[in-house]
Design a protein around this ligand. Structure first.
Ligand code: EPU
Length: 433
């Protein structure tokens, strides 16, 4: 397994470009299953989760072409396997996103139950009950969701919790359903809106994405289209926090500030000076060390759970004390134990972490446990005395495109120690240069 070695102490300086959003690219790749015609998706990030999704689509019979700028062309006119196997779903929960499109278009799907993961139990009951309300016959047998339907029917659903992939799965299913579907208490995340924009460009009739009521008028079929994935707000936020922690001065290009208002406002509270224009965000720290800031995670437009670990790392070296409350996932504090190994003063009480900022962390060997936890350990390494070794970084490769190259570009001292294994196999994909 690859490792990262990071020598702390360098303030980040300079410019980098932000990649397309993983959590938009995944449902949008799944949405291509709704049409026989060719879809072209651009600004797709080069990430392990994208490779896994392509592997999944390839096994179903998708014809995938990638050019060297990572535009992906997908043609699904020869889908033969309506099946998402456990071996892929267990490595990437977002595989559940093929359930809605497969069922809507082909009337059947066998998709492995994702099971729990490092950040919580993460059930998919809302995806299943929503599809059943639309007329699907669904049983769960041998760890698989076995779904069958004639044509799905539009319904009025009030989701019992705000769920991002649940909203996306039901929205995709409703595109080809008969009649009108109303999703109340829908997720408002920008990635849900990006998916709706893509679906509408394919001929779907969706209104209200970005609000908590999404209305979908079903159509008989949808067609091919070209869609550009929106910038990754979590990657953006992670590099901003890295700059704030190191007392740096960075400019992030190809991103959009309105995707992360809650994060920017917390960074300002921590003492950051932030300048924005249409496509970039710049951050500097006029007074050096950040001030501690309290965080309460909640669905968009609240503070994102996917930025909680990075702010925990920042608070661990900030001036003052902070209380961090994780309201979305029940077990998303695995990074705390690793940060404690680097000297952080953090107490855990249920879903709350109480952080007492100290001046400097000390390097230690640490282990990545999930994607955002790994990011927080890299950030901690950037400000620790000595050389931090972050192990199991395959987690970080799932969600951060070429992290060490981008950090090197900003002046960090970081090195990847590759394992002997080949990374990122892409079966069934043709790479076109
Ligand atoms: N939930 C249920 N039942 C369901 C669905 C969700 O109880 O049927 C609960 C979950 O257990 C959780 C809460 O609802 O407590 C919210 O979960 P949600 O369904 O919104 O999460 P998700 O769709 O599985 C997406 C992102 C996550 C991100 C969350 C929250 C993708 C592919 N994943 O997950 O991203 O943390 O929304 O914003 O979009 C990451 O990128 O690191 C990541 C984990």
């Amino acid at each position: 397994m690859d490792k990262l070695l990071i020598s702390g102490g360098n303030p980040l300086q300079g410019e980098i470009s932000i990649s397309g959003a993983k959590n938009a690219a995944l449902p949008i790749l799944a949405s291509t299953l709704l049409t026989d015609e060719t879809m072209v998706i651009s600004n797709v990030p080069h990430l392990h989760d994208i490779t896994t999704t392509m592997e999944l689509l390839g096994r179903m019979g998708s014809d995938l072409m990638i050019d060297e700028r990572l535009n992906i062309e997908v043609n699904n006119s020869n889908i033969t396997e309506l099946f998402a196997p456990y071996e892929l779903v267990k490595t990437m929960r977002a595989s559940i996103l093929v359930l809605g499109p497969l069922l809507a278009r082909y009337g059947r799907a066998d998709v492995s139950l994702p099971g729990g993961c490092a950040i919580g139990s993460r059930p998919v009951n809302i995806h299943i009950s929503g599809l059943m309300a639309m007329g699907a016959d669904i049983t769960v047998e041998g760890g698989y969701i076995r779904a069958r339907a004639k044509r799905l029917k539009g319904v009025h659903l009030t989701l019992e919790m705000v769920t991002v992939t649940g909203t996306e799965n039901l929205m995709m299913a409703a595109v080809l359903a008969e009649g009108r579907t109303i999703l109340d208490n829908a997720a408002r995340e920008p990635e849900v809106t990006d998916l709706a924009i893509c679906l509408n460009s394919m001929g779907a009739r969706i209104e209200g994405a970005g609000t908590d009521r999404i209305i979908i008028d079903g159509v008989d079929s949808v067609h091919g289209a070209h869609h550009r994935i929106l910038p990754d707000r979590i990657e953006t936020g992670s590099y901003l926090v890295a700059a704030a922690m190191t007392g740096g001065n960075v400019k992030l290009k190809n991103t959009r500030s309105e995707l992360l208002d809650a994060v920017l406002s917390k960074l300002r509270e921590a003492g950051a000076k932030i300048d924005i224009d249409d496509t970039s965000i710049s951050l500097s720290m006029p007074n050096g060390r950040p001030r501690a800031v309290d965080i309460h995670t909640s669905p968009f437009p609240g503070f994102p759970t996917d930025m909680q670990a990075q702010f925990t790392a920042m608070n661990s070296i900030a001036e003052g004390n902070a209380v961090i409350t994780e309201n979305v996932f029940e077990n998303r504090f695995m990074h705390v134990h690793e940060l404690q190994r680097m000297g952080a003063d953090i107490k855990l009480e249920g879903n709350t972490a109480i952080v007492n900022g100290i001046k400097r962390l000390k390097a230690a060997p640490v282990m990545a446990t999930d994607l955002r936890a790994s990011a927080s350990l890299v950030l901690a390494g950037l400000v620790a005395d000595g050389e931090t070794e972050v192990d199991r970084i395959y987690h970080i490769d799932r969600g951060y495109e070429t992290i060490e190259e981008k950090l090197l570009q900003l002046g960090a001292k970081i090195k990847r120690i590759p394992s002997q294994q080949t990374r990122m196999p892409v079966s069934k994909a043709r790479i076109v240069k």
